[in-house]
Design a protein around this ligand. Structure first.
Ligand code: FEO
Length: 387
């Protein structure tokens, strides 16, 4: 068990996963991931969430170390995604008198995930309901779509702890030596990016509570400088850019579109000290590229024409942006084509379905290779990007 200390009564019982190749079957996690879980020891004992099924035995051992033979009274179920809910059945089997506590939306999900019907052992809570454990009192706040519809968070009133479900989580196991922001940002936009309005609603509720500690379901327990994390969440969920800067996302069949993208980066660097980041979306982590698109206030997409449309990896990137509600940005376009350039028009068509996107015109067309005339177009695009 990670050596995590919260308080005399609130104990960490989560696990680190360094075995999983892809989180949710799609996101690389070079430093693993933590499935956090907690137990509050009081006159009545509450367990807050379980972990991924592959770590059931380790988690049950962590739990037993804290319970020391006592039977727990409540299992709080914040979120039904299997990385947190998979051991619920074993808990009900082990502790016949335990009461499961969940939102109304979680109950039907339990019937879908488990073959046993646990309804008779469940207590459904609504917004603002409380459960007294003794010195500690749990207050439940609904957080639908942060990140699934049944999600709720729990505010512990005595120690002023917010058990925040997926919110404020990050990729990376707890024993990973890395800063919070980068992997929290990649986690946020890829997991919750679509649900900015719902995250904003949760932040409004959070603002009404005096919070000293945030205990998420992934990533470290946050107990200092909480305004920093809340401020980041406010920026991210409002779809405002975090940094002034230009992110150039490109793909390239034979290196010519990549050369144009790099030439634009060089021109921008020569003209100003603005921050410029680039990514080859065919080779670099697309989840990181998506994060970088949200992070900066200006985006450039560079792609060749392929089969009469856009090179597929850029098509995919645009679909990722669309699915996460990418909006409120200025976008420059670079296309390449050797007989009938189409990628630019197709990229524009997709971007026009997004909210509040300003596409810089004219787009840059590379005719097979970068020439003096291409550099002139890139120079003009750079001027527009810097205006
Ligand atoms: Fe970590 Fe949405 O589950």
């Amino acid at each position: 068990m990670s050596n995590v200390s919260i308080s005399d009564a609130v104990k960490y019982i989560g696990v680190d996963d360094h075995e999983l190749d892809l989180f949710e079957g799609q996101y690389i996690i070079p430093n693993g991931i933590a499935y956090n879980s907690y137990v509050i020891l009081d006159e009545k004992t509450a367990i807050l969430d379980t972990v991924d099924a592959r770590f059931a035995d380790q988690w049950l051992a962590n739990l037993e170390t804290q319970l020391q033979g006592k039977a727990p009274h409540y299992l709080i179920i914040s979120h039904m995604e299997p990385d947190h809910s998979s051991v619920i059945g074993r808990i009900f089997d082990l502790y016949p008198d335990i009461i499961g506590v969940c939102s109304a939306r979680a109950l039907p999900m339990m019937k879908r995930f488990f073959t046993t019907d646990y309804s008779s052992r469940m207590m459904v809570v609504n917004e603002g309901d409380t459960i007294a454990l003794g010195a500690h009192t749990l207050k439940f706040l609904m957080a639908p779509m942060v990140h699934w519809p049944e999600v709720m968070v729990t505010y512990e009133q005595e120690e002023k702890i917010l058990f925040s479900a997926d919110a404020f989580g990050k990729f990376g196991a707890l024993d990973a030596d890395e800063a919070w922001t980068c992997e929290a940002r990649r986690y946020y936009f890829n997991i919750c990016g679509k649900y900015g309005a719902q995250v904003q609603a949760l932040l409004k509720k959070v603002a009404q509570h005096d919070i000293r500690t945030i205990c998420p379901l992934h990533g470290p327990i946050l107990s200092e400088n909480l305004e920093y994390y809340i401020d980041k969440y406010n920026t991210w969920s409002s779809y405002e850019a975090e940094d002034k800067g230009i992110f150039i996302a490109y793909c390239s069949l034979h290196g010519n579109t990549a050369q144009a993208a790099q030439a634009l980066a060089d021109i921008l660097a020569a003209k100003s000290d603005i921050k410029v980041a680039t990514a080859d979306i065919a080779r670099d982590d697309m989840a990181e590229a998506l994060e970088d698109a949200f992070r900066h206030d200006r985006l450039v997409l560079a792609a060749p024409t392929y089969d009469g449309g856009i090179m597929p990896v850029m098509d995919t990137f645009l679909h990722h942006l669309a699915s996460k509600n990418f909006q409120n940005r200025t976008v420059g376009i670079i296309e390449n084509g050797s007989w009938t350039p189409m990628a630019g028009r197709k990229m524009c068509e997709m971007l026009q379905t997004f909210k509040n996107i300003r596409i810089l015109q004219p787009i840059v067309t590379v005719e097979s290779t970068v020439k003096e005339s291409t550099l002139e177009q890139l120079n003009a695009l750079a001027d527009q990007l810097l205006q």
